[in-house]
Design a protein around this ligand. Sequence first.
Ligand code: ZN
Length: 143
Amino acid sequence: MHNTYDDITSRIAEPPIWFDEYSVPRYCPFSPDRSASIYVHEVALMEIACQSCGRIFRVAMSAVNFGESTIAEAIRSQELHYGDPPNVDCCLGGACENSVPKRILEYWFRGDPRYLDGRRITDMAYFEWIRDPSLEIAIERNE
Ligand SMILES: [Zn+2]
């Protein structure tokens, strides 16, 4: 179960646009630079639904909240899952329900090994985020 961020949401009239890897509400457009971690090399924005009431959320996925494989592999194998939905009182007990993955809205990566010489970074392009629409697909697996 994620913590509630009602200290933030109660002060802002509009609903959050998306939630980060820790389910912190975000009010800016999603961007991979807005991940909860500045060190990750992959970030996806995924649409999920509360398993109990069906409310839709947009949530970030990265190595911060998914460590079973890379995000790309987990999308291809349909194994990517967020776990408990954001804790926004969507329904009675919703915050401790699971979530159902729906689809990948955005997939971004960086850190192309072409720009490495051993551990040395040879080109600043290493840090640039690249979007890969081929991984922006439905996740059909249901919990
Ligand atoms: Zn719910």
